[in-house]
Design a protein around this ligand. Sequence first.
Ligand code: FE2
Length: 291
Amino acid sequence: MNKQAKPPVIGAGYLYHCVPAFAALHARVEELGGHADIMEYLGAHYASDPEYLADVSASMGSLPSTLHSFELMIGSVDRPKQAVTDRLARMVELSDCRYIGEHIGIMGTTEQYTGTFIQPFGTDEQTQCFIDNLTGLDEVVGCPITIENQAQWFDQVGPRSVCEQVRDIAEGADVGILLSLSNFITAEKHHPMDREKELAVLPLDRVWQVHLPLGNAQELQSPDMARYRREQEWADRTLEELFAEPDFRPISVIFEVEDALTAANASAEQLKDALDRGRELLGVAGNGGRP
Ligand SMILES: [Fe+2]
């Protein structure tokens, strides 16, 4: 039996940054009659005080969550330290976390964090390393783990492109995928990706979550923001096109508001509309995964 079978649809949410501006944004969306069904929290924000996540989750209305993580460092040949897995397991408990989203990148070793997400080599050895590290890790942290495609940084090394490697890891370790449209956009700064080709190799039925940017609409209207406006349009259009595919049935759509194409965050009005559209595409009224 596949113990990581995809759960029922949860709904739409956004990546929450633990700063006052986001608390105000959340409150304003609710004042406008909007709501999120799921919150995405960055595990690293709570590394020094995991218990604080309980307070944050309560202030968000105790919604289900997903933890966005790089701390497991599954690209390293070393297994994650127990202190790291214990910490994440505690956060999973405190935030009603339904699944973790972990990066398919090289973040460092168990001793050293490089400070960024480097594109892994597409070799057999590196691919197997990810698979081995994922095996049984869900039981250690207390929830399923999904894997996120990274931005390409340099020429392909080895037989696999970024998304071919994500496909092979997802299938080899039997895990879900966090499909980041944002990371295709990020790649433009380093090594542009063949987006259509890359999307076409992903097993869409394995996608649990989508990440896409939500830039500030007013800022995107500025003439010197034309490139970013086109990227926002690409992300919005691609999301619609993906949902037209019969195999594409994610359980959540998560908007990235901070540092998403524009300096200013999306407005509460924009976020409310985006969450409504996300729910519409997911085909749910949005009950936060609860009966
Ligand atoms: Fe990410």
